[in-house]
Design a protein around this ligand. Structure first.
Ligand code: NAD
Ligand code: UDP
Ligand code: UDP
Length: 322
């Protein structure tokens, strides 16, 4: 179904074959726009966008954004970057390059064609936060030389580049600080907590809790996040962000495990592993700014979103064993 759209725009989505990117491409197509999806398939898959390939307004380009890209577009959503700790630590130098060189290229492109450009930044810019919940004014507490630094510092530098292109060249920028987001099309093996716990439970394996499980995260369902990203892109030109996007309802990892076990109908006891180095103890967004500027707040409760995600993984596994 096509939503109301007065002006058809040509929109570039980098990382469009990934988890968030594929949902965003879908949404922007249904809003009536022309979509150019650029992805090097580092962590994304063709499967995520197969259903879009025949759409007359969808185009796919296999390309690594650390190399220059010359196309003509009106808007750019720059999402390309591995996002789970296992993936971004697999080739940390490439992770930093994607955030830094990739952002320079996308900003250079935006400058040449006068496109509005949005950065998918992250709550990881706050590191292991000393302020709770986190507000946009907090500068963060990041270890610059630890195993997570390629991601955290890469995104921090990307934010710097966005703001310098804005100040120096007058670019229209939007910086989203995305907090933990989950839903269908997460990778089953990317090591993130929601996909790990669901996959383990569906396979009859014990859930692996790192540390004592008392660390916290706030989980935003993908549909809420897509709505937020589109609203952010459409805020007035003088609004740059950064703006926190995420669900402010906070859970311990132990509580998350209990929710998933109950929804899948398992009584297996979790097992406990060592907490990874530099793992943030607590994370929860203050979304006052998003509420005020974008009139947005998440509407999908954890159990509702988890049920959809569990159904997705159940179907994937059924399909794989058929
Ligand atoms: P994902 O790994 O599913 O998607 C990232 C996509 O970028 C993949 O399709 C991958 O192949 C592509 N990519 C990676 N490097 C590239 C390169 N050099 N050139 C072209 N394409 C490249 O991850 P996601 O969860 O969909 O995350 C999307 C964006 O949102 C990322 O920038 C991530 O940092 C940000 N983010 C996500 C979360 C979350 O909870 N999912 C939280 C904070 C920020
Ligand atoms: N760039 C790109 N596509 C474009 C325009 C620029 O990929 O359409 C790249 C370009 O190769 C350069 C980067 O973006 O490496 C930054 O461009 P900018 O014009 O800001 O800087 P300069 O070219 O002066 O280094
Ligand atoms: N985690 C866990 N068991 C797992 C995977 C992750 O206990 O199987 C924990 C992890 O240590 C962290 C939290 O869950 O404290 C969220 O991890 P994730 O990798 O999903 O996201 P991030 O740390 O980037 O917020």
């Amino acid at each position: 179904m096509q939503r109301g759209c007065h002006t058809r725009k040509r929109i570039l989505v980098t990382g469009g074959a990934g988890f968030i990117g594929s949902h965003l491409c879908e949404r922007l197509l249904s809003d009536g726009h022309d979509i150019l999806c650029v992805d090097n398939f580092y962590t994304g898959t063709r499967d995520n966008i197969t259903h879009l390939l025949d759409h007359p307004h969808f185009e796919l380009l296999r390309h690594d954004i650390t190399f220059p890209l010359f196309v003509e577009v009106d808007e750019i959503y720059n999402l390309a970057c591995p996002a789970s700790p296992i993936h971004y630590q697999n080739d940390p130098v490439q992770t930093t390059k994607t955030s830094v060189h990739g952002s320079i290229n996308m900003l250079g492109l935006a400058k040449r064609v006068h496109a509005k450009i949005l950065l998918a930044s992250t709550s990881e810019v706050y590191g292991d936060p000393a302020m709770h919940p986190q507000q946009e004014s907090y500068w963060g507490h990041v270890n610059p030389i630890g195993p997570r630094a390629c991601y955290d510092e890469g995104k921090r530098c990307a934010e710097t580049l966005f703001f310098d292109y804005h100040r120096q060249h007058g670019l229209h920028i939007k910086v989203a600080r995305i907090f933990n987001t989950y839903g269908p099309r997460m990778h089953p093996d990317d090591g993130r907590v929601v996909s790990n716990f669901i996959v383990q439970t569906l396979r009859g394996l014990p859930i692996t809790i790192y540390g004592d499980g008392q660390q916290t995260r706030s989980f935003c369902y993908i549909d809420d996040m897509i709505e937020a990203l589109v609203r952010l892109m459409n805020t007035s030109d003088d609004f740059t962000g950064p703006v926190n996007l995420g669900n402010p309802v906070e859970f311990t990892i132990y509580e998350l495990a209990q929710h998933i076990l109950r929804l899948v109908g398992s009584t297996a006891d979790p097992i406990f592993h060592l907490l990874p180095e530099d793992d943030p103890r607590q994370r929860c967004p203050d979304i006052t700014l998003a509420k005020k500027i974008m009139e947005w707040q998440p509407g999908i409760a954890l159990d509702t979103g988890l049920k959809q995600t569990i159904d997705y993984f159940r179907n994937q596994f059924q399909f794989a064993t058929d």
